[in-house]
Design a protein around this ligand. Structure first.
Ligand code: ATP
Ligand code: MG
Length: 424
């Protein structure tokens, strides 16, 4: 029979690698909790309209990357390509946005039909935070501190932070006109996507990855020279806060985000360690989104982080090498010791000791070989004599410590002490 394969760009996370993911996810939780962010979980499927209205019709995501289908009742549904819109949708629907303030975070799979390559998948995990109800720049700085703390916690040093501001609607309007006028002179030289965007959404062209367009943009009018008033002051204050906290950054006046809903400051962390897919985390302020989705206006800011890319950087940085080795492997010998062995393995786990029991029997030699391959520190051997007389035999797999007979009632204490000793 022909074998069935996974969908292109959608990967299995195999047991050998799930441990590193678990560790990264745990650190994410610890860091966001330490700032008072609370988890939100929204469905993987949303009405297509949600993304059209929030991300914007003229974006790569909405134009060509969404998994959209009609369900039997004729509703157009889409597998979420990102989660900010859903957080806002949930906030409006459950009435927890208006006149309130919330720090939210999420972690889960997103779906975009892009060309799969290293660091770019069709199902990928994003972790993100959203701060709803604060105008900034204090919370904008906090959001960048959350990221910075997480990178530090993960032992990552090779991330670069770039920041920019898109200003208020008025200054952005004037800039838009200036950019349109400039790029209009080179319409024929732009890549096809940028040509289409020139009339309706020229700022998005700054985000273009086409080399010929990039080249034209070098001489284009500068966004930051159009920003004034409160936006300018807020942006200066934000930079001052970052500097005072030792957070290094570069101002990049061409940085815009790929989604339409951003308004004030925007930022992105990149790394040289990932080749072409260098963006690890990106975000900014999106004060217009809540009202765009039908709620009372609420200021908001956040970021989204690609967890595959984060894990990849984490794995390439030396400090992160860890293990998913158990502490103890239990060998079970003879037909009458199975229940006794399972009971003692449970006792070890009660004491917080990671324990794998050899299921399915096998010769002693084979069981010991499996124990050795598992990377466990200690092996506990349980045969008929042990089970009949209420003791177990403990041997070290890593050091030549001989073997010791331990009374069943002392097992957990003994193993804890031995493990501590071996770790010295
Ligand atoms: P890129 O420029 O790499 O396409 P983006 O601007 O589309 O990124 P965002 O929508 O801001 O990305 O998503 C935030 C983060 O999610 C990115 O910085 C990246 O780390 C990750 N990400 C986005 N798309 C993918 C994907 N297809 N596969 C894996 N990670 C992704
Ligand atoms: Mg993209």
């Amino acid at each position: 029979m022909e074998k069935i394969k996974s969908v292109r760009g959608m990967n299995d996370l195999l047991p050998g690698r799930s441990d590193v993911w678990y560790r990264v996810e745990r650190m994410i939780r610890e860091v966001v909790n330490s700032y008072g962010y609370r988890e939100i979980r929204t469905p993987l499927l949303e009405r297509t309209e949600l993304f059209k209205r929030s991300i914007g019709e003229q974006t790569d995501i909405v134009e060509k990357e969404m998994y959209t289908f009609d369900d039997i009742s004729g509703d157009s549904l889409t597998l979420r390509p990102e989660a900010t819109a859903a957080c806002v949708r949930a906030g409006i629907e459950h009435g927890f946005l208006h006149n309130q303030q919330h720090r939210l975070w999420y972690l889960g799979p997103m779906f975009r039909r892009e060309r799969p390559q290293k660091g770019r998948y069709r199902q990928f995990q994003q972790f993100g935070i959203e701060a709803l109800g604060w105008p900034g720049p204090d919370i904008d700085a906090e959001i960048m501190m959350v990221g910075t703390r997480l990178w530090r916690r993960l032992g990552l040093s090779q991330l670069t932070l770039e920041i920019n501001t898109l200003g208020d609607p008025q200054s952005r309007g004037s800039y838009r006109e200036a950019l349109q006028a400039y790029l209009g002179r080179y319409r024929e030289d732009l890549d096809p996507d940028s040509q289409r965007r020139l009339d309706r959404n020229p700022l998005r062209i700054l985000d273009s990855k086409a080399p010929q367009t990039q080249q034209l943009l070098e001489e284009a009018p500068d966004l930051l020279s159009f920003i004034d008033g409160k936006s300018k002051d807020d942006f200066s204050l934000l930079q001052a806060i970052l500097s005072e906290n030792g957070i290094k950054f570069k101002v990049n006046s061409k940085l815009v985000r790929g989604l339409d809903y951003y308004t004030g400051p925007v930022f992105e962390w990149t790394t040289d360690l990932l080749g072409a897919q260098s963006a690890v985390c990106a975000g900014g302020r999106y004060d217009g989104l809540v009202s765009q989705l039908g709620g009372q206006p609420v200021p908001a800011a956040g970021f989204a982080c690609g967890v595959e890319r984060l894990v990849e950087v984490y794995e390439t940085s030396a400090e992160s090498v860890g293990s998913e080795q158990p502490d103890v492997w239990v060998c079970v010998i003879g037909d009458h010791s199975m229940s006794y062995a399972l009971k003692n393995a449970e006792k070890l786990r009660d004491a917080g000791i990671e324990t794998i029991i050899n299921c399915g029997g096998g010769a002693v030699k084979r069981q010991l070989r499996r124990a050795d391959q598992s990377g466990a520190q200690l092996v506990v051997v349980i045969g008929d004599d042990e089970s009949m007389n209420g003791y177990v035999t403990v041997k070290s797999l890593r050091e030549d410590g001989g073997q010791t007979q331990v009374n069943e009632s002392n097992l957990a204490d003994y193993v804890c002490a031995r493990l501590r000793e071996e770790q010295k």
